[in-house]
Design a protein around this ligand. Structure first.
Ligand SMILES: [Fe+2]
Length: 162
């Protein structure tokens, strides 16, 4: 399984090409997903594939609409991810679930699964400091409580941001 997941990582790198910022983001989210997986029950194959590919729709969103808005990424990501995962021989059920997660990764509550919650938290562990002023610990504590959906995600967020 790891070998095939490594190939997903390579495909993601190839797809983003010289866009090192996006490659780094995907790898950081994947690193946090790995850490959360050590503590939470979830399906590693689905979670890691989704982490690597979660923002894969950005390029098509920008090409077609000149925008990387969340809903456009959600629409454009799944077909690209499906192509990558199908060519690497992943099971249909895994592909369907990864695509479902990618298609909702900016929409909390749309997919209510353990696997989704790991991706949600891993992405927010990377993004929190960019999207909010985290210098005020009182406010940040409230944000962490509101945003994170797994116990491990919350604990890591507290370690990093508080
Ligand atoms: Fe992301």
């Amino acid at each position: 399984m790891q070998e095939r997941l490594d190939k997903v990582g390579n495909a993601m790198r190839d797809y983003f090409g010289d866009d090192q910022r996006r490659i780094d983001h995907a790898l950081r989210v994947t690193g946090f997903a790995e850490e959360i997986l050590q503590h939470e029950k979830a399906d590693r194959e689905v979670v890691i594939a989704a982490a690597l590919l979660h923002d894969i729709g950005i390029r098509e969103a920008e090409r077609k609409y000149g925008s990387s808005a969340g809903d456009l990424q959600e629409r454009e990501g799944p077909p690209v991810a499906r192509g990558v995962l199908t060519s690497l021989g992943f099971d249909k059920a895994v592909i369907d679930e990864v695509c479902e997660i990618i298609g909702a990764h900016h929409s909390p509550g749309e997919v209510d699964t353990d696997n989704f919650r790991v991706i949600w938290d891993a992405d927010w562990l990377v993004n929190l400091g960019d999207e909010f002023d985290v210098r005020d610990h009182g406010k940040t504590r409230d944000l962490v409580r509101k945003i994170f959906q797994t116990a491990a995600g919350k604990a890591i967020a507290e370690r990093i941001y508080l």
